[in-house]
Design a protein around this ligand. Structure first.
Ligand code: PRX
Length: 650
C-alpha cells in the first residue's frame, strides 16, 4: 500500500460503537481481556472440548515450537459430531448445503453427519487408511469434503485438502511432499454451469505421485470418468456400515498431527503448514464463539470461503462444528446464475452471521445494491471480513447495504500459519473503525517493529509481530525445520514475524497494510511472485520473467508478468494468451497474470538481482524512484512505455 493510502486510512474518523442491545447479550464481555493467557486457555479447553484423558500442562513453549494441553487425549470428530448427538442435539442441522445447480440442496443434521462420517471412515479403512496415515482430499464444496475431513480425524489419519482450483502439478507436488498414500476426489465439480474435471486432474497428478496407492471417488455430476482397476474405487459402490459402533473415535494425543495446509511463501515450493489436534481445536472453537458471538441454538452461520483454504477449515468445519453450530455450505459462485445468488441464500436459510472477503464485497459494490435489495436480509445480525485489508469504502458499503446499518462488522486478521483469528474486534465490546482490524484477540500479544527490531510508537509503520504463543499456532513447516525458523523467527529474535506491514494508532488499534514480502494477495489468495515466475520460465519460449502485484479495485492485487522471450521468438498477442494459460495449467487459474508485458530486458542491479520494486512502480504508474543501482537504467523507461500499451485481461 502506498504512503498516500496509509495516510488516507489515518484520516478515517468514522466510529461505530457496539449497539447497546448487542453488547448486552454478547458472548464476550469486557473482562475477557483481563484474564491471564494460561488461565484463559485452560478454561476454554475444559469448557469447549471433551477429553478422553485430561491434559497435564497448558503450555510447553520451546521457541519456536509450542505444545498445548500436553498429556491430554481427545478426538476431533468426537468433539465435532458424536458428542453433540449424545447430548441430544442429533436433530439440529449442522449444514444447510446449497449446491450450485439451483434446487440442488440438502440439510444434514448432526445425526445425519454422524452416520455419513462413520460410513466414510469405514470406506477409508477398507482402502487401508489407519491411524497415522496421510490422506489427500481434492474435492469441491460438497458435504463429502467436510465428511471426509471428519472421517480422517475419526480414525486418526492426517489430511491435506487441496483447493479444487489447483492444477494437477500443484496437487501432485502437495501429495508428494505430504507422502499421501490415499487420495479422495470426485468425478467433476460444478463451476458456473460448467464442470471442472477433478478426477481427470487427479489421474494426471497420481501419475506423478507414486506413493498414492488408492483413490476414492465421490460421484457428484455423474459425468463419465475412467477408473483404474485396483487403484480407483467409487465411494457409492462400497458396502460399508454407518453404525457408529463399527467405527469408534480413535483417542489422539493433543499434539498429534491433524492436518497440513499448503500455502505460498517466498520461494517456488509451497510450505506444508502443520496444525495439531488440541490447540487448534480449542483455538478455533473459542475464537469462533467470541468473535462471531455464536448462539448455537439460534444462529445460522455462513462463511463463504472455500474449505480448500484455512478459513474454511477453521470457520466452516472445525470451529463451527465443535460449537454445535448450524452453518451454510455453498458450492457455487456469487454471480451464478445471477448476481443475487448470495442474497437468495441469506434469505432462504435465515443467515444471521455472514463471514466473507473484501474482494467479494467489492464485486457486490460494483454490481450495485439492487441485487441485495431484492431479498430480505433482516435475519443478519453480524458481518465479518477476512483475507486482505478492507478499504473503508467497502467496509461502509457492507455495513449499510448488507448489514442494514445495524450489524457490527468484524475485520479479522489471521493466516494459514496462525490457524485462528488473532487481531479482531469483539462485536459487543469494540468501537469499530472502518479499515482497522482493531485489537489483538484476548491473550494475544501483537506489536509493530522497525527494521532494527525496535518497537514502533503510535502512528509509525513497521512489521507486524506476535510476541507470545497461542493454541492454534502452526507447529512448523512439514519436513523443513530450517525454513520454518528462517521464515518466521529470524526477523526479530523470539517474535513471530507474520510477513505483513502494520501501524498501531493512538487508541492501540491495528491497521494492516498488506504483505511486505514477495507474496501477492489476489482475491484473498496468497500467491508467491516466484511461483508464477517459475511457471512462466517453464514455457519453452520464455527466457526470463519477473512478476509483481499491482493494486486492483476488485481483486485487491492483480498479477503483472514482465517477460523476456528467447531469441527468434515473436512476442505476439497469441503468445501472451498462451503464457497466461500456461500459468493456469501449471498452478491453477487463480495464478493467471492479468497483464503480460514483453520486454527485451528486465531491470537488474549490477549484481544481477531483479528490481521488483521498480516493476511494481511501473505496474502502478508511479514515478520511478532511484534507478542508480541499475545496470542499465534505460531498461526501466522502455518497460514503462511497453507496460502502458499492454492489454489487461480478466
Ligand atoms: O496479508 C495478510 C492477509 O492474508 C494473509 C494470510 O493469508 P492466508 O494464509 O491465505 O490466510 C487468509 C485467511 C486467514 C495475511 O498475511 N490478511 C488476512 N486477513 C486480513 C489480511 N490482511 C489485512 N486484514 C485482514 N483482515
Amino acid at each position: 500500500m502506498s504512503d498516500r493510502a496509509i495516510d488516507t486510512l489515518f484520516l478515517e474518523e468514522r466510529r461505530y460503537p457496539p449497539p447497546a442491545e448487542f453488547a448486552a447479550q454478547a458472548n464476550a464481555q469486557p473482562g475477557i481481556y483481563d484474564v491471564a493467557a494460561e488461565e484463559f486457555w485452560a478454561r476454554e479447553a475444559q469448557e469447549r472440548v471433551t477429553w478422553f484423558e485430561p491434559f497435564d500442562a497448558v503450555l510447553e513453549w520451546e521457541l519456536p515450537y509450542a505444545k498445548w494441553f500436553t498429556g491430554g487425549t481427545l478426538n476431533v470428530c468426537f468433539n465435532c459430531v458424536d458428542r453433540h448427538v449424545e447430548a441430544g442435539l442429533g436433530d439440529r442441522v449442522a449444514y444447510f448445503w446449497e449446491g450450485e445447480p439451483e434446487g440442488d440442496r440438502r440439510a444434514l443434521t448432526y445425526a445425519d453427519l454422524q452416520r455419513e462420517v462413520v460410513r466414510f471412515a469405514n470406506a477409508l479403512k477398507e482402502l487401508g487408511v489407519e491411524k497415522g496415515s496421510h490422506v489427500a482430499l481434492y474435492l469441491g464444496m460438497t458435504p463429502e469434503l467436510a465428511i471426509a475431513m471428519l472421517a480422517c480425524t475419526r480414525i486418526g489419519a492426517a489430511h491435506t485438502v487441496v483447493f479444487g482450483g489447483f492444477s494437477a502439478e500443484s496437487l501432485s507436488d502437495r501429495m508428494n511432499d505430504f507422502g499421501a498414500t490415499v487420495l479422495v476426489t470426485q468425478d467433476e465439480a460444478w463451476r458456473r454451469g460448467g464442470t471442472v474435471p477433478l478426477k481427470r486432474i487427479s489421474d494426471e497428478a497420481m501419475a506423478a505421485a507414486p506413493k498414492v496407492e488408492r483413490c476414492l471417488v465421490v460421484r457428484r455430476t455423474g459425468g463419465d470418468v475412467p477408473m483404474a482397476a485396483g487403484r480407483d474405487t467409487w465411494y457409492h459402490e462400497l458396502d460399508v456400515s454407518d453404525d457408529p459402533s463399527t467405527c469408534p473415535c480413535e483417542p489422539m494425543d493433543a499434539e498429534d498431527l491433524l492436518f497440513l495446509m499448503y500455502t505460498s511463501g517466498t520461494t517456488a515450493k509451497p510450505k506444508g503448514i502443520m496444525h495439531t489436534t488440541a490447540g487448534y481445536l480449542v483455538g478455533v472453537a473459542a475464537s469462533h464463539s467470541y468473535i462471531f458471538d455464536l448462539k448455537p441454538e439460534s444462529d445460522v452461520f455462513w462463511c463463504s470461503a472455500d474449505i480448500g483454504w484455512i478459513t474454511g477449515h477453521s470457520y466452516i468445519v472445525y470451529g463451527p462444528l465443535c460449537n454445535a453450530a448450524t452453518s451454510v455450505l455453498f458450492e457455487g459462485t456469487p454471480d451464478f446464475p445471477d448476481k443475487d445468488r448470495w442474497w437468495d441464500v441469506v434469505e432462504r436459510y435465515g443467515v444471521t452471521i455472514l463471514y466473507t472477503a473484501p474482494t467479494a464485497i467489492r464485486s457486490h459494490m460494483k454490481w450495485g445494491p439492487e441485487y441485495a435489495e431484492r431479498h430480505d436480509l433482516s435475519s443478519l445480525r453480524l458481518l465479518g471480513s477476512v483475507g486482505e485489508p478492507i478499504n473503508p469504502e467497502a467496509w461502509v458499503w457492507y455495513h449499510e447495504h448488507i448489514g442494514g446499518g445495524r450489524c457490527p462488522v468484524v475485520d479479522t486478521w489471521w493466516q494459514t500459519e496462525t490457524g485462528m483469528v488473532l487481531i479482531t474486534p469483539l462485536p459487543g465490546i469494540t468501537t469499530l473503525k472502518p479499515g482497522s482490524a482493531t485489537k489483538p484477540f484476548p491473550t494475544v500479544e501483537a506489536g509493530v517493529i522497525d527494521e532494527a527490531g525496535n518497537e514502533v510508537g503510535p502512528g509509525g509503520g513497521g512489521y507486524l509481530v506476535i510476541k507470545s504463543p497461542w493454541p492454534a499456532m502452526t507447529r512448523g513447516i512439514y519436513g523443513d525445520d530450517a525454513r520454518f525458523r528462517e521464515t518466521y523467527w529470524t526477523r526479530a529474535p523470539g517474535l513471530y514475524f507474520a510477513g505483513d506491514g502494520a501501524r498501531i494508532d493512538r487508541d492501540g488499534d491495528f491497521w494492516l497494510l498488506g504483505r511486505v514480502d514477495d507474496v501477492m494477495n489476489v482475491s484473498g489468495h496468497r500467491i508467491s511472485t516466484i511461483e508464477v515466475e517459475s511457471a512462466l520460465v517453464d514455457h519453452p519460449n520464455v527466457a526470463e520473467a519477473a512478476v509483481c502485484g499491482r493494486a486492483d479495485a476488485t481483486t485487491g492485487q492483480a498479477i503483472v508478468a514482465y517477460v523476456t522471450v528467447k531469441g527468434g521468438v515473436d512476442p505476439t498477442v497469441e503468445l501472451m494468451a498462451e503464457l497466461r494459460n500456461h500459468v493456469a495449467a501449471k498452478i491453477g487459474p487463480i495464478a493467471k497474470p492479468a497483464n503480460v508485458v514483453f520486454t527485451p530486458e528486465l531491470p537488474k542491479t549490477r549484481s544481477g538481482k531483479i528490481m521488483r520494486r521498480l516493476l511494481r512502480d511501473v505496474a502502478e504508474n508511479r514515478p520511478l524512484g532511484d534507478t542508480t543501482t541499475l545496470a542499465d537504467p534505460a531498461v526501466v523507461s522502455e518497460i514503462a512505455d511497453r507496460a502502458s500499451e499492454a492489454p489487461a485481461e480478466d
